[in-house]
Design a protein around this ligand. Structure first.
Ligand code: E4P
Length: 222
């Protein structure tokens, strides 16, 4: 499964890039609004940090507006993927943008039928929001599982980008469901590596090593 960071923070993205496991970035208007600075400049800088798909979302709600914004985002860098919302206008924009050769990530997906239409409109990625479904007592991961099965049945090239992943178990489940990509905040990525037995084991190795060095030094001094 490819790992994307769901953030517009250049600091977090630089830290993620240094780990060598980040394959791409998803941003959205809320994430960009949290950062100081010009969103366009931030997106350019993100493209300089990660060599992979970088999602930039349109904010127009009509197809012509989305197409114009999408073309603009795509002109910033070859790695930009235009994020369009899963609406009727978003579908029209997706068809138009993909016909021009731009990649589209259809976002705000909450059902398999939305994903099916997105793939048929030419989207390269669909983003089912797992956490937001869980928030309303609906099993988000079941939507991921259904989309993966439908795309497999018909060999769609569209990748399932499990989004709104809020904790490490979401990542494990998305991987078990066969999601092609999981996008997550930096804190969740860091949490994937954490294990108390690793910390305890490392401490024991280092303590034993120090003890052995002291014993060797004492023997040598005799
Ligand atoms: C995905 O592209 C979205 O930016 C994101 O995953 C939404 O996550 P949230 O529901 O935690 O805001």
């Amino acid at each position: 499964m490819k790992i994307f960071l769901d953030t517009a923070s250049l600091k977090e993205i630089a830290e993620g890039a240094a780990l060598g496991v980040v394959d791409g970035i998803t941003t959205n208007p809320s994430l960009l609004a949290k950062e100081a600075g010009d969103p366009e400049q931030i997106l350019r800088e993100i493209c300089g940090l990660i060599d992979g798909p970088i999602s930039a979302e349109v904010v127009a709600t009509d197809a012509p507006g989305m197409i114009a914004e999408g073309r603009h985002w795509a002109s910033l860098h070859r790695n930009i993927v235009v994020k369009c919302p899963c609406t009727l206008e978003g579908l029209k924009a997706t068809r138009a943008l993909t016909s021009e050769g731009h990649r589209v990530n259809m976002t705000l997906i909450f059902s398999p039928t939305q994903a099916l239409l997105a793939a048929k409109a030419g989207a390269r990625f669909v983003s089912p929001f797992v956490g937001r479904l869980d928030d309303i007592a609906t099993p988000g991961m079941e939507v991921v599982r259904d989309i993966v099965q439908i795309f497999d049945n018909y060999e769609f090239e569209c990748e399932v980008l499990a989004a709104s992943l809020r904790h490490p178990m979401h990542v494990v489940e998305a991987a078990k469901m066969g999601a092609h990509i999981g996008t997550m905040p930096y804190g969740v990525l860091a949490g994937l590596l954490k294990h108390p037995l690793t910390d305890i084991g490392l401490k024991r190795f280092l303590d034993d090593w120090e003890k052995a060095k002291k014993e060797m030094a004492t023997r040598a001094a005799r």
